[in-house]
Design a protein around this ligand. Structure first.
Ligand code: NDP
Length: 310
């Protein structure tokens, strides 16, 4: 049994969740944030963030998240640094579990984000933020006049490769097959771009360097040949996975697992459950847009609770 009933529980602690917490706390909803074990979300794996408004000289991703967390704490947000393991949104008050601990709440804001998929190489983890990135919009500008590669063959890979040509001297697209999954129009743009060279049937086997990325070891699945290519940036663009496992079967999700929100709001298919940030947005995926929807979710929750007489 839960000790007490909460007004709002926020699940997830990236920019969306923390912004929701700031707004909910200032609205006297005394939010409880279950921030997860990977506190701070995707920005914890980036270095300089230069496109978050308010920081003229840029800010380190983890620093930005610490500032947001402090701001949420200042207005009384309480935090639990564990993962939610189970949810029941079929009846109100809703129930959430963290292991054996049970929580009851009138409303939920879901901001569990999405995780970039990685290749799963040890060296890829080691160079994360030091040449390896999963976000060209975030990190592309650090690769001015450098040689970089994008791994993947979907629309994201095409978009990232195109974007990177604004900065990089040369962009390689390394795809494991000999046909893109991307839409024709986006693939054609890439194939026509003189700054981009595509390598088909290519797998990245290892990322090499000392302090930062200097080269990669690639394998051609057709010829079985392996070679080392000098490379300063490696952008992994093999898709994202929304963190919605625990909500499957409870909320309406789209065919790839993102939470569906209604019209231009943060309302989900269950009244009283709101969603903000990357968990419901596979298009923009920016810290600032996530923060914006976090603010919307807190306002939606506050107004909805008021309408329920809570
Ligand atoms: P996708 O799942 O469409 O593509 C992933 C790509 O990465 C595929 O080419 C896949 O190869 C490759 N890949 C997956 N796993 C590995 C691996 N372990 N090693 C090497 N390569 C791998 O993801 P996207 O992020 O590109 O797109 C997601 C959705 O978002 C799509 O519906 C897309 O259309 C949409 N989108 C639309 C945009 C737009 O319209 N502007 C922009 C960006 C995304 P393989 O092909 O062999 O499976």
């Amino acid at each position: 049994m839960a000790d007490k009933k909460e007004k709002v529980i926020i699940v997830g602690s990236g920019p969306a969740g923390l912004t929701a917490a700031i707004y909910a706390a200032r609205a006297n909803l005394e939010p409880l944030m279950i921030e997860g074990e990977e506190v701070g979300g995707q920005l914890m794996t980036t270095t300089d963030v230069e496109n978050y408004p308010g920081f003229a000289d840029g800010v380190m991703g983890p620093d930005l998240m610490m500032i947001m967390r402090k701001q949420a704490e200042r207005f009384g947000t309480r935090f639990i640094s564990k993962n939610v393991t189970k949810v029941d949104t079929s009846i109100r008050p809703f129930k959430l579990w963290v292991g054996k601990d049970e929580f009851e709440t009138d409303s939920i804001i879901i901001s569990t984000g999405a995780s970039a998929k990685y290749l799963g190489l040890e060296s890829e983890k080691a160079f994360l933020g030091r040449g390896v990135s999963a976000c060209a919009t975030c990190d592309g500008a650090f690769f001015r006049d450098k040689e970089v590669c994008v791994v993947g063959g979907g629309d994201t890979a095409m978009e990232e490769a195109q974007f990177l040509t604004r900065f990089a001297k040369k962009v390689w697209v390394l795809h494991r097959r000999e046909e893109f999954r991307a839409s024709k129009i986006m693939a054609e743009r890439v194939l026509k771009n003189e700054k981009i060279e595509v390598m088909w049937n290519t797998e990245v086997k290892e990322i090499l360097g000392t302090d930062k990325v200097e080269s990669i070891r690639v394998f051609n699945t057709k010829t079985q040949e392996e070679k080392i290519m000098p490379m300063e940036g490696v952008f992994i663009a093999i898709g994202h996975k929304p963190n919605t496992e625990i909500f499957k079967g409870q909320l309406e999700l789209n065919d790839v697992g993102y939470i569906i929100t209604k019209d231009k709001s943060t309302y989900t298919s269950v009244e009283g459950v709101f969603a903000a940030g990357d968990v419901q947005d596979h298009v923009y995926r920016q810290a600032v847009s996530a923060a914006g929807t976090g603010c919307m979710a807190a306002i939606d929750a506050e107004r909805w609770l008021e309408a329920q007489g809570e």
